[in-house]
Design a protein around this ligand. Structure first.
Ligand code: ADP
Ligand code: MG
Length: 674
């Protein structure tokens, strides 16, 4: 087969090979960090694989602790191939002893694979033996070369180090070499299924009809409920492999080439694993490797490929020494049993096939955005100076700048930055606290305005009802007054009736004002006089004593005299009504430069705790039918509020915790600010 019909690996790798299971992804950014191709995009707080960038190395699958990354499975395609084609040949990768360590020997495994319907099972290690010869030739060239047996490395170089594409060894991989051998041996029409530890093999070459990972084979064994004791053991089909059995180890290619590792270590540098191979490529492209060749592996040896099942209770990347020991053990056994002359004959026979290949670069490196754009993005991330660049790596990128570039390139989000998210969270908490406080204020104001609105309606109702009877009282008491002789002893009483009726009219008028947007009739008044007048307007029983305690520096205030009188008389009346028999009322008056504090205390029954909330609700009364109206306190509240003042109630009903009684404390500003 010529090289033109060979690999066009980039086309195949556009097959979607790795997926995110969104429900399992906890967005920890480990996959972002571990992806050498930066092919994981975080969008809307979800990780997704960008297929065109993915090199199918399977690193993300290995590192995800939540098993949120899964790979494309081909079990069904393989079953269909077996059903529809007479000769489906398995190419078993030489790393199989590390995977199927629990089978007695390779013959059981070959027997199992054949039981699935494969016509033949061959060893890729023979392909490794063949390509080793070609590698030897490459190493003798003057131009330092990079090994091309790892498909993930090839895909990486084609995309992210395109200038190095022409340095890739123009040799097919052992798998493709073996596919060519098998077609030569068993006929062009056969179908070929690769079985190995590698995910990238699924997209490496169209000369392979399907590729199963060892994990998929395990799954097939489990699903088929195979009884291993009933399996007929079988040997591999020819041509058998030799030294290539050692290929899956990190220095395997060198061993296979039968090159002395010590001597070769001067000529070939081996680098395996994400960080190592990238470093090696960087140094290679900088020309710092003094003409050394590179043997690169994306995993640290194929025995750590993502298609290997983890050993029980271990992570996918652990147990590499146990795996290595199994490969060496198998290779030693194989070499001791090998019919060397037959092997040599086969090598000579198939070496005549063409094992060359070509590569095509496909530059997917992201273009560096202009410095200004990066700076703007860093600003958005709260990174204003170099000190803010923590380069903590929590986002999965090595530096804040790389993260900013990834955001610009639509691969990342600002929220991935941990310090940024913490700062944002703090800001939200602060804003939430402020909103909560504002909300509490608004609720309080709402409660007040509800009360005031309730009072407004109430006032309008009362005013309307009282206006007529008051008019009658005023008219008739004036008529009575005129009819009385000038020296009548009743004249004083009638005067009091006229005066009080007049006050009532004013109050009713005031209430109407209150209903019509709370008007006050402000004038300068003497607060002590107002207190005395209020006391005089209330009938205080003989057994109740009232003490006025006025400690006033300046008695003058700007207030609505009549409405304030109503406040004090209502409070005094409530105090009197709270007493049964003997009692004491204290009327305290204090002033400061800007306000008056008026407290009216009684030693009456006190107010039950459960009633404290309802005191200012219109019509709330605990007094019997026809006695209380429940209007006193709501009106007081409205008047005090209109004066921009406050009402506080303290009460005790429990004699055990002190003397019972209630204190209403009112504060009003000296000059109400309009
Ligand atoms: P009313 O006096 O018509 O009941 P108020 O609005 O003046 O209506 O008072 C509402 C209720 O508040 C009263 O019924 C009473 O239960 C309680 N109250 C008000 N002042 C006092 C006080 N000084 N001592 C005990 N309870 C009081
Ligand atoms: Mg009352």
């Amino acid at each position: 087969m010529n090289s033109a019909a060979n690999l066009s690996s980039h086309q195949e790798t556009d097959k979607k090979l790795v997926f995110t299971v969104k429900e399992r992804c906890r967005v920890c950014y480990t996959c972002v960090r571990e992806c050498p191709a930066k092919a994981i995009r975080i969008t809307g707080g979800q990780a997704e694989v960008v297929t065109s960038r993915c090199i199918a190395c399977g690193n993300c699958i290995k590192v995800c602790s939540q098993n949120a990354k899964v790979f494309y499975k081909e079990i069904d395609q393989v079953k269909r191939l077996i059903e529809t084609s007479p000769n489906v040949i398995a190419l078993l990768a030489p790393s199989f002893p590390a995977e199927f360590y629990d089978f007695e020997d390779h013959k059981v495994l070959v027997g199992i694979i054949k039981s699935f319907g494969f016509s033949h099972v061959t060893e890729v290690s023979f392909g490794a033996d063949l390509v080793a010869r070609y590698y030897k030739e490459q190493l003798n060239l003057d131009m330092p070369a990079i090994s091309s047996d790892c498909p993930a490395i090839v895909a990486y170089i084609e995309r992210y180090e395109p200038e190095l594409t022409n340095r890739l060894a123009k040799v097919v991989s052992p798998m493709v070499a073996m596919a060519r051998v098998v077609r030569k041996e068993y006929g062009e029409g056969v179908k070929i299924v690769f079985i190995g530890p590698c995910l990238a093999k699924k997209a490496e070459s169209d000369e392979i009809d399907a590729a199963l990972t060892f994990r998929e084979v395990r799954e097939m064994i489990e699903n088929a409920r195979i009884n291993i004791s009933k399996i007929v053991p079988s040997e591999f089909d020819p041509p058998l492999g030799g030294r290539g059995a050692i290929f899956p180890l990190s220095h395997g290619l060198l061993h296979t080439m039968e090159v002395n590792e010590d001597i070769l270590s001067e000529n070939v540098l081996v680098a395996g694993g994400r960080a190592n191979f990238q470093d090696a490529l960087r140094e290679f492209s900088q020309g710092n490797l003094d003409g050394h060749h590179l043997h690169l592996l994306c995993c640290e040896g194929c025995i750590l490929g993502p298609g290997m099942s983890p050993y029980p209770n271990t992570s996918p990347t652990s147990m590499r020494f146990a795996k290595k020991a199994r490969i060496i053990g198998y290779a030693n056994r194989k070499m001791s049993e090998l019919d060397k002359s037959q092997w040599q004959e086969n090598l000579d026979k198939y070496s005549k096939l063409d094992f060359s290949r070509s590569f095509q670069s496909r530059d997917l490196r992201s273009v560096r955005p202009p410095a200004e754009q990066i700076k703007d993005m860093l600003y958005k991330m709260g990174k204003y100076s170099q000190q803010d660049h923590l380069n903590c790596g929590a986002c999965g990128y090595d530096s804040c700048e790389e993260h900013a570039i990834a955001i610009i390139n639509d691969l990342a989000e600002t929220e991935m930055c941990l310090p940024y998210s913490i700062e944002k969270l703090h800001k939200y908490i602060r804003e939430l606290n402020i909103s909560n406080e504002k909300l509490a204020h608004v609720q309080e104001a709402l409660r007040h305005s509800e009360k005031l609105a309730g009072m407004g309606q109430l006032s309008a109702g009362i005013a309307h009802e009282l206006n007529n009877p008051l008019g009658v009282i005023t008219v008739y008491s004036n008529i009575l007054r005129e009819e009385l002789p000038a020296d009548s002893p009743m004249l004083q009483d009638i005067d009091l009736i006229v005066e009080q009726a007049d006050r009532c009219r004013k109050i009713v008028g005031g209430l109407l004002n209150f209903a019509r947007k709370n008007q006050l009739n402000l004038s300068e008044a003497d607060v002590v006089k107002l207190a005395r007048h209020s006391i005089d307007s209330v009938i205080i029983p003989d057994e109740v004593t009232l003490r006025l305690n006025a400690q006033i520096t300046d008695p003058l205030a700007n207030l609505d005299y009549d409405q304030m009188t109503q406040v004090f008389t209502n409070l005094l009346k409530n105090a009197v009504e709270a007493m049964t028999g003997k009692g004491e009322i204290t009327f305290d008056l204090f002033d400061s430069a800007d306000q008056f504090t008026i407290s009216i205390s009684d030693n009456g029954s006190g107010i039950q705790a459960e009633n404290m909330d309802k005191l200012f609700t219109p019509f709330f009364t605990t007094k019997g039918l026809g006695k209380g109206t429940g209007l006193g306190l709501p009106i007081i509240y409205g008047i005090v509020k209109m004066h921009k003042g406050d009402v506080i109630v303290k009460s005790n009903v429990d004699p055990l915790s002190g003397p019972t009684g209630t204190t209403f404390t009112i504060t009003i500003p000296r000059n109400r600010l309009v």
